[in-house]
Design a protein around this ligand. Structure first.
Ligand code: NAP
Length: 244
């Protein structure tokens, strides 16, 4: 399915590495103007070289006021991908106030100021828009030592539904994708033990991790008019894991 985003402007968070970086490249290749937001300046520099014309914003999304300031002159955006995320591995008894706050600040809370800025502009311009939040299979199925991460993504699923409910009348659709493990930096950090991997995959009907491309295909579908009647959905990219 060919999707053309010519004439659309997109903003992608967590665009320096992994799923976010590849999403920027796919949107750019499909004709969109793209604003790439991330935290490490060097990543954004190399991305600009790979995709000439991509605009960049360097900010730590854990800082709400800094995020608002950094995006104050971002201009009109039609497509938003809230992708930035962190996953600190720790047992339940190791969780601290700081680790909890940091995880929720990035994975859940930051979606609010970024989306508010984009949505206000969409409403002012009277255009329809599409927002995709990158959640996780871990929002619905507990993963050992990722309790806070899973909780932050479960909150993101419900934030997505609330946004869809309130923004639908303005013709703004909001959905999330919920991938299983993807071998990005984040995936490699948590899934380097072959025994753990084999055990996990043995429970999965499709028997493999997701490729970055699997996630991007779904993000692009949800951003596009091909999904015009879908809002408030959590699209599981889990190889069937969550069916049992
Ligand atoms: P990744 O390779 O670690 O990349 C994450 C990107 O987000 C990096 O560019 C990172 O920048 C940026 N980022 C993190 N914290 C940020 C902050 N406070 N402010 C601005 N940018 C920030 O991770 P990924 O695997 O692509 O993950 C992308 C999304 O997919 C996340 O929401 C993750 O939870 C979700 N997901 C991943 C998997 C998986 O197995 N990989 C599975 C399900 C869902 P720095 O490098 O500068 O930190």
């Amino acid at each position: 399915m060919e999707i053309n985003f010519k004439g659309h402007r997109a903003l992608v968070t967590g665009a320096g590495k992994g799923i976010g970086r590849e999403t920027v490249k796919a949107l750019w290749a499909s004709g969109a103007e793209v604003v790439a937001l991330s935290r490490t300046a060097e990543d954004l520099e190399t991305l600009k070289q790979e995709c000439p014309g991509v605009e960049t914003v360097c900010v730590d999304l854990a800082d709400w006021p800094a995020t608002e300031a950094a995006l104050s002159s971002v201009g009109p955006v039609d497509l938003l991908v809230n992708n930035a995320g962190v996953a600190e591995e720790q047992s339940f008894l190791q969780i601290t106030q700081n680790s909890f706050d940091r995880c929720f600040a990035i994975n859940t809370r930051a979606v609010i100021p970024v989306s508010q800025i984009v949505v206000r502009q969409m409403i002012e311009r009277g255009v329809s828009g599409s927002i995709v939040n990158v959640s996780s299979q871990a929002s619905q199925s507990a993963v050992k030592n990722l309790t806070v991460y899973g909780a932050s993504k479960a909150a993101l699923d419900m934030l997505t539904k609330g946004m869809a409910l309130e923004l639908g009348p303005q013709k703004i659709r909001v959905n999330c994708v919920n991938p299983t493990v993807v071998m990005t930096r984040m995936g490699r950090e948590h899934w380097h033990d072959p025994k753990k991997v084999a055990e996990f995959l043995s429970q999965m009907p499709l028997g493999r991790f997701a490729e970055v491309e699997d996630v991007i295909n779904s993000i692009l579908f949800l951003l596009s008019d091909k999904s015009a009647m879908i809002t408030g959905s959590c699209l599981n990219l889990d190889g069937g894991c969550l069916t049992s």
